[in-house]
Design a binder for this molecule. Structure first.
Ligand SMILES: *Cc1c(COP(=O)(O)O)cnc(C)c1O
Length: 495
């Protein structure tokens, strides 16, 4: 029996995994969720001996049940190969008592590569399985890292075009340069005059616009999503939590079954939701530490049970977390509402219309495994500097938010449980903020001078992803207003 996927907003919707991957978002605007979370069916002793690819198969086969063994193993082999600069794929590094799970060894040096290296392959198989003849158009809004990782993953993939919208003044210079230099005739990039939430809302509107969908279909196109709302991104992200836990056992750092905590720098709530799913699969995770930057809407939500996006949008040094609408939280809301599409749809309607909703005390009680807090800009910089001074290890700004919140949690609770912090980007991706945190006098140098200096002080080679853009020419120059996004899509597609 296949594991089916339901929509978080319509109880009548049930699709297979491959259909969910293909569609990205349900027609009713809901997200696809597995009808139940499958359990791991291999022991931790077995997992401790597995490679990343083997672990990926053990986890993903439980969710993507309509993929054959051969199909899934083929997708995994194509995704987790020499595009990653280490055979471990996701190494675990210990610094000052915290385990940092480095998720930035892929092509674009941010954790989005973990899922976006495999999504194009999952999508290609899903299209074939469901006899899709239209050309697929991947429509993506990015706060900086998804865009490049998706462009890199989908570039030159047959039968697929990819369009990325990013906030023109809301990403780091390196992030922007990575995107606008992307090669591949099937890649399109536009900077919008607005913030990430406007880009994301614009994309969601296009998905929900049925007339627009029909118009595209008449030209042989259909939309799909590479955003973290796609189940094909969420499932691959569960893998590395299982892998990291098994690595700790293999190293003898924990006993089988021993609980660990996980700290995750959070924006759209995809990465931490994957950790929650891992826990529900049977991984012994005690606390899920949800770390926000100054856009602390999630912290307030965990504190009060009220989600309120009506507030000032802050631009911070961790731009990939500058988000006020954390899309994947909807999957958790659905779960704690007792898998009720009706209740969840009502919360989402409120969020859409009033920008705010409050959950019941009963639902709030289901959030006891989560701890939310945030780090200010100053605390984030301080965390980078202190860890560097103490150990020589350099964190990126996002990871530093999580490390900072992790310390707050430990100080508040005295909890000594070992903790894995998701390290979501290479410090080379946010070089200026990172180097300024270490020493403000660096600010006079250019971005590439800073990369060389970081390489020197951290004793780490400048990653290939940075070397590549030093001299690359700009290939994408489109800009538009948020309400011009549909027109821009049509222009890109020649409609
Ligand atoms: C996307 C991103 C995040 C946030 O992850 P979510 O899954 O959206 O919560 C954190 N750090 C970096 C570097 C990212 O690119």
């Amino acid at each position: 029996m296949d594991l089916m996927y339901a929509s978080t907003r319509d109880a009548n919707v049930k699709v297979t995994a491959s259909q969910a991957v293909l569609k990205g978002l349900s027609d009713d605007g809901g997200l696809f969720v597995p009808e139940r979370i499958p359990l791991l069916d291999v022991s931790f002793t077995e997992l401790a001996g597995m490679s990343y690819q083997e672990t990926a198969y053990a986890v993903m086969k439980q969710f993507l049940t309509d993929f054959t063994e051969e199909e899934l193993k083929d997708c995994i082999a194509k995704a987790y190969d020499s595009k990653f600069d280490t055979e471990e794929i996701a190494p675990l590094v210990q610094a000052d008592g915290i385990y940092f799970l480095e998720l930035f060894h892929g092509a674009t040096i941010a954790f989005k590569d973990m899922a976006l290296s495999i999504l194009p392959h999952l999508l290609t198989v899903s299209a074939k399985k469901n006899r899709v003849t239209n050309e697929i158009v991947i429509l993506t809004a990015t706060s900086g890292d998804t865009g490049k990782a998706a462009l890199a993953g989908f570039a030159e993939v047959n039968g697929i075009k990819i369009i990325v919208f990013y906030p023109k003044n809301g990403v780091s210079p390196i992030q922007e340069k990575q995107m606008v230099t992307q090669k591949g005739a099937n890649t399109f990039v536009a900077g919008i005059h607005g913030n990430f939430d406007e880009a994301q809302t614009g994309v969601k509107k296009m998905f929900a616009d049925q007339a627009f969908g029909k118009e595209l279909a008449s030209h042989g196109y259909q939309f799909s999503s590479a955003n973290s709302i796609n189940i094909g991104r969420l499932v691959p992200q569960i893998v590395y939590y299982v892998y990291a836990y098994a690595k700790l056992i293999a190293k003898g750092d924990i006993k089988e079954g021993e609980k660990i905590n996980v700290a995750v720098p959070t924006g759209n709530f995809g990465n931490i939701l994957a950790a929650y799913y891992a826990k529900n699969m049977g991984l012994p995770i005690a606390k899920l530490i949800c770390a926000s930057n100054e856009n602390k809407v999630l912290y307030d939500f965990f504190e009060t049970g009220t989600y309120d996006k009506n507030r000032e949008f802050m631009l911070t040094s961790s731009p990939s977390m500058d988000i006020l609408i954390s899309s994947n939280l909807e999957r958790l809301i659905y779960r704690i509402a007792g898998d009720s599409a009706q209740k969840n749809a009502e919360f989402m309607r409120k969020l859409n219309e009033e920008g705010v909703y409050s959950i019941s005390e009963e639902m709030k009680a289901e959030l006891k495994d989560f701890y939310g807090n945030y780090a200010s800009e100053q605390e984030t910089a301080q965390t980078i500097r202190q860890l560097y001074d103490k150990t020589g290890y350099v964190l990126d700004t996002h990871t530093a938010v999580a490390a900072s919140v992790c310390r707050k949690y430990q100080a508040e609770t005295g909890d000594q449980t070992k903790v894995i912090t998701a390290s979501t980007a290479s410090p080379f991706k946010f070089t200026r903020s990172v180097m300024n945190a270490i020493d403000p006098s660096y600010d006079t140098k250019s971005d590439f001078e800073l990369a060389d200096e970081l390489s020197r002080i951290a004793n780490v080679k400048v990653p290939k992803a940075i070397e590549e853009i030093r001299t690359a020419s700009v290939l994408h120059r489109t800009e538009c207003e948020p309400d011009e996004m549909p027109e821009t899509v049509k222009r890109f597609l020649g409609i």
